[in-house]
Design a binder for this molecule. Structure first.
Ligand code: SF4
Ligand code: SF4
Ligand code: SF4
Length: 315
């Protein structure tokens, strides 16, 4: 698959300003984003379980350039959604899509290793088994045991709307995510109590917002740019929850469930519980799933006097 991808990028590169992909990063367990500008850069490209970043996050900032992007299935939804909202020009973007076998959750991986990720000396995948030397000890871990939750529930492993699709197409076999099911089973009061306790950990670093491909306001974010400020510097569950509500409501009907917010969180706040919950509500009300259909307008960017899924006067 990697060679097929490299060949496809090499043949399209002359007509593009750059191509976004991944390369191996600062240690054997992390890939980092790669900007490919010339043919020699293509050799640094990697794909596979470490290629976790959703590179679509960079696309709005590159508007006006001819950009290629390598996407997994989940990332491809963000490209479609950005184009559907006019935040990028689809004709300026060349999408190199992958048929994806899933990516690792570094949080799950940390739990399987005898020492911190900083002590990893060597690591390589053999089929779906990771063999590593960590602090002098040999370790082997199965990919299925450290797969990101979003991959367990994945409905779209093959990139949607790609100009070039690379790899062998996979059949989706989504499984329910246990923590989501337990969360949904809570009453409203219990959900509220859960978030009050969980949000006490938030350090309001805004990494979840900055990593999100659909959070495009950047320096004009309502959470930080109003005068007087809507949020103070106080680090309390109430202020943190207010920020999350702003984020979640701005993502209602737009979140593509790429999981970047949760991955970026330094204190492991399970943000996808809230995102998936809101997506279920949007699906129930509007029969709409973000980033799955080219040319579709998000329900909250349209107005109808009567919505078919909302019985406004029925209470
Ligand atoms: S959610 Fe699906 S497409 Fe995205 S990384 Fe996981 S398996 Fe791949
Ligand atoms: S809110 Fe999280 S899961 Fe949704 S699009 Fe943004 S980063 Fe991805
Ligand atoms: S990334 Fe985590 S700690 Fe940072 S603002 Fe978001 S929820 Fe809070």
């Amino acid at each position: 698959m990697l060679q097929q991808l490299k060949d496809a990028i090499t043949s399209r590169l002359p007509e593009l300003d750059l191509v976004l992909g991944w390369e191996m990063g600062f240690d054997p367990f992390h890939a980092t984003p790669l900007y490919i500008r010339e043919a020699a850069d293509v050799e640094r490209l990697v794909v596979g379980p470490w290629a976790v970043h959703n590179l679509a996050t960079y696309l709005p900032g590159l508007k006006g350039k001819k950009v290629g992007i390598v996407v997994k299935g989940c990332d491809s939804r963000s490209v479609i959604q950005l184009a559907n909202e006019g935040l990028i020009r689809r004709e300026d973007v060349t999408v190199f899509g992958l048929c994806c076998d899933g990516v690792v959750s570094h949080r799950k991986l940390r739990e399987k290793l005898p020492a911190d990720l900083g002590f990893v000396e060597e690591a390589q995948w053999q089929a779906d088994v990771l063999r590593a030397r960590v602090a002098g000890q040999e370790v082997s871990v199965r990919l299925s045991d450290v797969l990101a939750d979003k991959c367990i529930a994945c409905c779209y492993p093959n990139a949607l709307g790609a100009d070039v699709l690379v790899g062998s197409e996979r059949t989706a076999s989504p499984q329910p995510v246990a923590c989501q099911e337990s969360f949904e089973a809570l009453s409203s009061a219990e959900k509220q109590a859960f978030w009050q306790e969980t949000m006490a950990r938030c350090i309001r670093c805004y990494a979840c917002r900055n990593a999100c491909p659909m959070c495009v306001c950047r320096d004009h974010c309502i959470a930080t740019s109003r005068d007087p400020l809507w949020l103070g510097q106080e680090n309390s569950p109430a202020e943190n929850f207010m920020f999350q509500m702003i984020h979640v409501m701005h993502l209602a009907g737009r979140c593509t469930e790429c999981g970047e917010c949760e991955r970026a969180c330094p204190v492991d706040i399970p943000l996808l519980l809230l995102r998936r919950h809101m997506n279920r509500v949007t699906q129930d009300l509007f029969a709409y799933e973000a980033g799955t259909t080219v040319g579709q307008t998000p329900p909250l960017l349209t107005f109808q006097v009567e919505e078919a899924g909302i019985n406004e006067r029925g209470w």
